[in-house]
Design a binder for this molecule. Structure first.
Ligand code: PLP
Length: 397
């Protein structure tokens, strides 16, 4: 049997799990403006359990899970790419095949189950796009109402997707950081369960299922994992999963995790260099990791430092080229924030032994942002009426 508590990631104080509690009451009092959240809570697991199913290690019972197939995503070996980059044990984990097309479904799934357990009917969430569309879709499957705060510049596909699922969408005039504060204000005033990433502890906990799945699929822990970083919740979820597995005696080592940020949105990278979080407005083609103030910055940085992880930067150009290369060599069409992980692998590959097991975690489907994907392709200008002037396949320039 397993039991669960909350534990503050800053002061280590423990609390009973409850829907009223989001941040450590002590540490959150010391919150400064334009800084990552203080007092993010993590779920602390104790006990033992014999199970093959990653979902059995979550702090909400199975009967509250919405009936939508989140997770259990394919892990595969891309032969062409593996030969091209010279790494024999290269794997892609495609979380773009989740029901709403992104990794965010892992968090939304647990948040929805948690809301059902406590009979909460409305979820409030701020998002650059994917967390919102994910909560909208998974929420729809769970019979929940979703109020979504999106920044004005969110890619249209993500907003349309959310409206299709039936979410109520509010558009914040400025950016994601503004949407984040407005949504917190809203849920304090009008109630509902807030799903904001890192603020709601179930977001980190839901994302840990990836580590359990990787162990299940590879039959061992990988040596390296590459993942893009925005707010720093996915990376903390991965560490949380491997920490649980270590505690349960199911693995020996925590993999080396490479967190990749866009050079135009590099708050965690900068903080790892300088020791503190400075503020700088972000600008990158990878909208899903475009974050001025990473809400889970403190915990992401602490995890990377404690477990010998790396944080590196890639440019927008490198991201777009990585996106195109993944599509054209593997048939895996990924949104820019997702392809960022592969751009990071290309940067780090000299540090890796050829036969070490590397997993590139792909977090979002390419169709979510066709405007960016359009940048590295050429759409034919002219239409034709006959084959008269057409050049045969492979003979064109
Ligand atoms: C949210 C997101 C990320 C980054 O996750 P964080 O938890 O914010 O670091 C990466 N890729 C995609 C596609 C995302 O939607």
């Amino acid at each position: 049997m397993l039991s669960f508590k909350y534990k503050c990631s800053l002061c280590d104080l423990e609390y009973e799990i409850s829907p009223e509690l989001m941040l450590c009451p002590d540490c959150s009092l010391k919150q400064k403006p334009r800084q990552p959240l203080n007092g993010v809570l993590e779920v602390e697991l104790s006990g033992t359990l014999k199970s093959e199913n990653p979902l059995d290690f979550l702090p909400v019972d199975r009967n509250f899970f919405p009936s939508i197939p989140v997770g259990n995503t394919p892990l595969w070996h891309p032969k062409n790419l593996s030969a091209k980059v010279g790494l024999s044990e290269l794997f892609l984990k495609d979380d773009g095949v989740n029901p709403t097309g992104s990794f965010k479904d892992r968090a939304s799934f647990l948040v929805a189950a948690f809301a059902r357990k406590y009979q909460i009917k409305e979820i409030v969430v701020a998002s650059t796009g994917n967390a919102g569309s994910s909560m909208a879709g998974v929420g729809a499957a769970a019979g929940l109402k979703v109020k979504l705060f999106l920044p004005k510049n969110a890619p249209p596909a993500k907003m349309i997707q959310s409206l299709q699922y039936g979410a109520e969408v509010v558009i914040a005039e400025k950016n994601y950081d503004q949407a984040f504060s407005l949504s917190l204000e809203y849920s304090k005033l009008y109630g509902g369960l807030n799903r904001n990433t890192a603020y709601n502890p179930m977001t980190i906990e839901g994302k840990k299922t990836i580590s359990f799945e990787l162990l299940q699929q590879l039959k061992k822990e990988p040596d390296h994992i590459f993942v893009s970083v925005g707010d720093g919740v996915i990376i903390s979820g991965i560490y949380k999963g491997f920490r649980d597995l270590l505690k349960l005696d199911l693995i020996k080592n925590i993999p080396v995790i490479h967190g990749i940020q866009a050079s135009g949105s590099s708050a965690i990278y900068r903080a790892m260099k300088s020791g503190f979080f400075d503020f700088s407005p972000s600008k990158t083609v990878a909208d899903s990791i475009s974050v001025d103030v990473p809400s889970n910055g403190l915990l992401a940085k602490k995890n990377l430092e404690n477990y010998g992880g790396h944080c590196i930067l890639v440019t927008d150009e490198e991201i777009l080229l990585a996106q195109k290369e993944l599509s054209s060599t593997c048939g895996l069409f990924s949104e820019p924030a997702s392809a960022t992980a592969y751009a990071g692998l290309l940067k780090q590959k000299e540090l890796i032994n050829k036969n070490e097991t590397c997993v590139v975690l792909l977090t979002g489907n390419g169709l979510k942002d066709i405007k960016s994907a359009n940048k590295k392709i050429i759409i034919p200008k002219n239409s034709i009426n006959s084959l008269e002037h057409l050049v045969p396949i492979g003979k064109g320039d």
